[in-house]
Design a binder for this molecule. Structure first.
Ligand code: FES
Length: 136
């Protein structure tokens, strides 16, 4: 469950609890996003300090993963896969239709549901052979 209220003390606890995890930078970024619904920019330095890596290294991981957000995103955002297999079956027109219908759309890059494209995600629900009607 995520909350969008940033709290540095809680973030410090979340990060410190991951001290002994392997690959802790990504895990810490994901934990912060899970806790707050986004990754506050102050968390980058906290993670760098905790795991003795540079802020640039943390920033590199943060920007590599499209699912990690700088700001809270709308709960009703629809993610639509825009990777190759879904492009081949019309994701571009689905994205255009969804935006025209007023949905907040985020492009994603492969949900591993390529055989049932275009694929979309609404909340935690994966939708195959997505249509505007299914997204609504
Ligand atoms: S390419 Fe769209 S789910 Fe894999």
């Amino acid at each position: 469950m995520s909350s969008n209220s940033w709290n540095a003390a809680i973030a410090e606890d979340v990060i410190a609890a991951l001290r002994d995890e392997p690959g802790p930078v990504l895990i810490a970024l994901q934990a912060i996003q899970e806790k707050f619904g986004f990754v506050h920019e102050d968390a980058l330095q906290m993670i760098a300090d905790q795991f003795n890596v540079s802020r640039a290294e943390v920033f590199g991981v943060f920007t590599y993963y499209h699912d990690l957000k700088k700001v809270p995103h709308a709960n009703n955002a629809v993610k639509i896969c825009a990777a190759e297999a879904c492009q081949a079956v019309g994701c571009d027109s689905l994205i255009a239709e969804a935006e025209k219908a007023g949905l907040e759309v985020e492009k994603a890059y492969c949900f591993g549901n390529c055989a049932l494209g275009p694929a979309a995600m609404v909340g935690n629900r994966l939708i195959g052979r997505a249509t505007l009607e299914k997204l609504k």
